[in-house]
Design a binder for this molecule. Structure first.
Ligand code: FE2
Length: 383
C-alpha cells in the first residue's frame, strides 16, 4: 500500500535573467543582507551585480566571501558572527553548493547558540534567518532542500545540518549564470546531480513523488550533460541540466541519499576531494553491490538513461544501468579512482568507521545494507 507525505516550501524562481529579481525578493524578507560567497564571484563581477540589485531595492549589504570547496564549520561560524555583529536580517547564498550550504548554516548559526556539531548530529534549532540562494553550478541541488553539508576541521567529519528552518525562502535558478563555467565545474557537479537522482530513486525512503522527480532528472542529465560539457554556452541544454539538478536536490531532501554518498563524505572530509569526483570513484562499486536487491529500479534507471531494454531480462536491463553510468563518466572525462586523491589501503579502516559514524542513516537507506567489512571491500574495489 502506498503512503507518503511530500512537503517542500522553497519558492523556485527559474529562468534566464531572473537574477535581476533578487533585490525585490530579498526585500520581502529583510532589509540588511549578508551575502555568503566565495572569492570567485567577486572575480567574475557577479558579486557586484547581486549587491547592486539588492542596493537598488534599498537593502544594506554586508559581504562574507571566504567560502571554499568543502566548506568548514568554522567558516559558517565566522560568517554567523559577522551577521550578528552587523545585525543582518537575511542571508543570500551566492555560488555553487559550497557557498549555498555555508549560507544556510550561517543563517542557522546566526540564530542558534552553542556547538554547531550538536546541531549537525541532530539537535533541533529554534529558527534561522531567512535565506535566499542563487545557484551558479548544477551539482548539489542545495537550492531545493533543507540540508547544509559542512566539514569539521578538527575531526574531518563531513555531515549536514538538516533543519526545516533552512529551506530557502526563494532560490533563483538562472541558467545564464552557468554559461562561463570551466569543464571541471560542469562534469563533477553534474555527476553529483545524477548520483543524487539515482540514489534517491533506489532509496528505501523513495515514494511515487520523488521517483517521478528522479526519473525525469536522470533522463535530462543523461541527455544534456554532454552538451553543456562540450559547450558551456549551450543555454537550451543548461536549462535542462539546472532543472534536473534542482529536481534531484528536492528528491534527496525527501528521501536522503544512499551508500555512495555515505561512503564519499569520509573521503572528501579527509582529503578535501571535489565531491562529485569522489563519488565518481565509488559509484560503480556501490551500484554493483546494491543492484541485486533492486533489479527493477536499476532496469528503470537504464531505460531513463536511454537504454532500449525491450527483450532483456530484468537482470540484464539492470546491469545496463552500470554500463550507462560508466559510459557517461568516460564521456565527461571523469573516470576516477580513490588512489587519485591519495587514498591507500591504510585509510580504509578510518573511512569505513567514519562512514558508519557520520552517515549511518543513509547507508541504512540503501536497498542492500552493507556490514562494516563490506564497506571496506567497496572502498578497496574503488582504490
Ligand atoms: Fe552530493
Amino acid at each position: 500500500m502506498t503512503q507518503f507525505e511530500y512537503h517542500n516550501p522553497v519558492r523556485l524562481v527559474f529562468g534566464c535573467g531572473k537574477l535581476a529579481l533578487v533585490g525585490k525578493i530579498a526585500k520581502e524578507h529583510g532589509s540588511k543582507a549578508l551575502i555568503v560567497t566565495s572569492g570567485s564571484s567577486s572575480r567574475t563581477g557577479l558579486l557586484d551585480k547581486v549587491a547592486g540589485f539588492l542596493k537598488q531595492e534599498g537593502l544594506d549589504v554586508v559581504i562574507y566571501d571566504k567560502i571554499k570547496a568543502n566548506p568548514l564549520t568554522t567558516m559558517a561560524l565566522e560568517a554567523a558572527a559577522l551577521s550578528r555583529k552587523e545585525k543582518c536580517d537575511i542571508v543570500i547564498g551566492l555560488g555553487g553548493g559550497s557557498a549555498m550550504d555555508a549560507a544556510k548554516a550561517t543563517a542557522f548559526m546566526a540564530v542558534n547558540q552553542g556547538d554547531i556539531s550538536d546541531y549537525i548530529f541532530g539537535k533541533p534549532g529554534i529558527g534561522a534567518l531567512p535565506v535566499i540562494l542563487i545557484t551558479t553550478t548544477a551539482g548539489t541541488g542545495s537550492e531545493g532542500n533543507s540540508a547544509a553539508v559542512l566539514t569539521n576541521p578538527e575531526n574531518h567529519d563531513k555531515k549536514a545540518i538538516r533543519s526545516p528552518f533552512i529551506y530557502p525562502k526563494a532560490s533563483i535558478i538562472d541558467p545564464e549564470l552557468l554559461t562561463t563555467l570551466p569543464k571541471n565545474s560542469i562534469a563533477g557537479p553534474g555527476l553529483d546531480a545524477l548520483f543524487h537522482a539515482i540514489e534517491s530513486y533506489i532509496a528505501k525512503k523513495s515514494d511515487p513523488m520523488t521517483e517521478m522527480f528522479c526519473l525525469q532528472a536522470i533522463t535530462l542529465l543523461a541527455n544534456h550533460l554532454p552538451a553543456v560539457y562540450d559547450n558551456s554556452g549551450n543555454i537550451e541544454a543548461w536549462e535542462k541540466v539546472v532543472f534536473a539538478n534542482t529536481l534531484a536536490g528536492m528528491a534527496i531532501d525527501a528521501t536522503a541519499t544512499t551508500l555512495a554518498h555515505g561512503m564519499e563524505h569520509p573521503v572528501s572530509g579527509l582529503f578535501d576531494v571535489a565531491h562529485g569526483e569522489g563519488l565518481a570513484a565509488l559509484f560503480i562499486p556501490t551500484m554493483e553491490f546494491a543492484y541485486p536487491q533492486a533489479l527493477e529500479k536499476f532496469a528503470m534507471i537504464a531505460k531513463a538513461m536511454g537504454e532500449n531494454i525491450e527483450g532483456l531480462t530484468t537482470q540484464e536491463a539492470a546491469k545496463k544501468s552500470m554500463e550507462r553510468v560508466s559510459n557517461l563518466m568516460v564521456r565527461l572525462n571523469t573516470v576516477r579512482k580513490l588512489r587519485d586523491f591519495g587514498v591507500t589501503e591504510e585509510h580504509i579502516d578510518w573511512l569505513a568507521a567514519n562512514a558508519l559514524k557520520t552517515m549511518k542513516f543513509v547507508i541504512d537507506n540503501n536497498p542492500r545494507v552493507p556490514s562494516q567489512e563490506e564497506i571496506k571491500e567497496i572502498y578497496r574495489k574503488s582504490l
